[in-house]
Every structure is written in structure tokens, then in C-alpha cells.
Design a binder for this molecule. Sequence first.
Ligand code: FES
Length: 112
Amino acid sequence: MAFVRVCDIEELWVGEMCGFDVQGQPVLIVHYADQRLAAYDGRCPHQHARLADGEFVGGHIICAAHRWEFDAATGQGVNPRSCRLRPHTVRVNDGAVEVELETAAMHSGVGA
Ligand code: FES
């Protein structure tokens, strides 16, 4: 599976998250710290609400539907702890944020 360009890194500032349609799949990209990005399946593991409609606060992704929280860096559930977001590989290549859908790596630094 090849990497697919989703946006320019300048479009996703530190502290922001955004949802994208990548080859027909919803993907959430979060720029959770300086030079650190993570990509996850864009649907909440609870009842499949769009995670992009939620909030990114204090390092946590918060689903808008029922307030489940996830660690933005790892995808691990915070409340409840028994859940986890499904990760995709993300990288920055020549200023573009790119995602690879079929791999399981969790996150990547800019330029990795
Ligand atoms: S759908 Fe996300 S918390 Fe219920």
C-alpha cells in the first residue's frame, strides 16, 4: 500500500486535528505536539461517530457523541481504558502529510 497525500503540514498546526477522506476511508490526523503527528481510523470505536467532530484538549481526542477520550499520541483509551483507536502510518514528505492505510505503525515524527 502506498502513502497517500492528505494535506500540507502548514494546514495542520500543532494542537489541531482534522478529518480526511483517504481512498474512501475516514482518517483522523492529529498534530499532537511539535513535529509529532498521529493518524487513526476516523470513526470512534464506540458507535462510529466521526472523531473529527470532537475536540483535541490536553493531549486527548474527545469524541463528540458520548465523550469517550483517547490519548492522541498512542490512540489508547483514557476513558474508558478498554478501547483503542486503530492507527495508520503517517509521515511528512517534502512538506506534505501522507498516510498509509494498511499498516499498523502508530505515529511518526515529521520527516520520518
Ligand atoms: S460514538 Fe464516540 S463515544 Fe460514543
